[in-house]
Ligand binder design. Structure first.
Ligand code: C5P
Ligand code: MG
Length: 281
């Protein structure tokens, strides 16, 4: 395991931390400190990045899973959604297949799952209850992360291929949906009686976040005085700054090291991102 000793950020010596080029990471961090915290913004993925991958040995749910496992879905549809998960999730994390090869299959997964969800006539007013009853868990240290960014007026963009309505409810119930938080995600489209009829706009899946960002250039235009981005993700579609390597650790480690500056292996906490932010502010 690759480690560096850094007097200012001892957390970078945590056993979960891996870096291909620790000196470059130091240089980047030092130049970010020099530029000042008013040049920094944070962009983060949601599922399995801000939320935990597992707790007490049990997988935690994604936004989709929160709905899939809820009482709003019939048993037949639950079965179908589980089949989709068992078919497509192994493809998502298969390091032997290229992104080009996986992309159409991921679109297929999201499209089929959304079709099933729409068939269920889900009611908007029940989403908060379903989230409250779920096993969704933000990573340890989330409070510090969200509060610290808010106190220092650092914008946080949550960019998620999950479901915006669910994601917002998770952070609202955790008491951290502060005004500096903005969300790009797949939002549900409800009719006037509050029943789900479709999903709004272009589908966001794990491999088209770049295109999604280009559709929202206004947001980045506003933030052009903040060119220093701390980017957190768990998929190679989330690139590039701190990557959480949760599953298939050995097979995927090299590609994560090649792509992310800092890779956190089986680390369920936000300790390292928080330490970097404390250093930067
Ligand atoms: O927020 P993030 O971009 O990580 O959300 C995407 C995640 O949602 C994927 O990593 C995928 O495993 C998961 N997913 C799911 N059920 C679906 C589609 C995606 O759990 N139907
Ligand atoms: Mg993710």
């Amino acid at each position: 395991m690759c480690r560096i000793f850094n007097v200012k950020i001892p957390e970078l010596s945590n056993p979960s931390v891996c870096m291909r080029d620790p000196h470059r990471v130091q240089e980047i961090l030092q130049s970010m400190v020099k530029a000042g915290s008013n040049t920094v913004q944070v962009i983060s993925d949601f599922d399995m990045t801000l939320t935990r991958f597992a707790y007490n040995g049990k997988r935690c749910p994604t936004c989709h899973n929160i709905l899939d496992n809820s009482k709003l879905i019939s048993n037949d549809c639950k079965e179908e959604l589980k089949k989709l998960l068992n078919t497509y999730y192994p493809i998502e994390i298969d390091s032997s297949r290229s992104i080009e090869d996986k992309l159409p299959l991921m679109v297929e997964w999201w499209t089929k799952a959304h079709e099933i969800l729409v068939q269920q006539e889900i009611r908007k007013d029940l989403l908060a209850i379903v989230v409250r009853e779920s096993d969704a868990m933000l990573r340890e240290g989330y409070q510090l992360l969200f509060d610290h960014l808010y106190e220092h007026s650092i914008p946080l963009l949550i960019f998620s291929a999950g479901i915006g309505d669910i994601l917002e409810e998770v952070i609202r119930q955790a008491g951290v949906f502060h005004p500096n938080v903005k969300v790009f995600s797949n939002y549900m489209d409800f009719d006037e009686t509050g029943v789900l009829r479709a999903f709004k706009g272009e589908l966001i899946h794990i491999y088209n976040k770049r295109e999604g960002a280009l559709l929202n250039t206004g947001h980045f235009q506003e933030l052009r005085t903040r060119p220093n981005v701390l980017l957190l993700g768990d998929s190679l579609g989330d690139l590039t700054m701190i990557g959480f390597l949760n599953d298939k650790v050995e097979e995927r480690k090299q590609s994560y090291l090649d792509s992310y500056d800092i890779v956190l292996v089986k680390d369920e906490t936000l300790e390292v991102p928080n330490a970097l932010l404390l250093y930067l502010t």
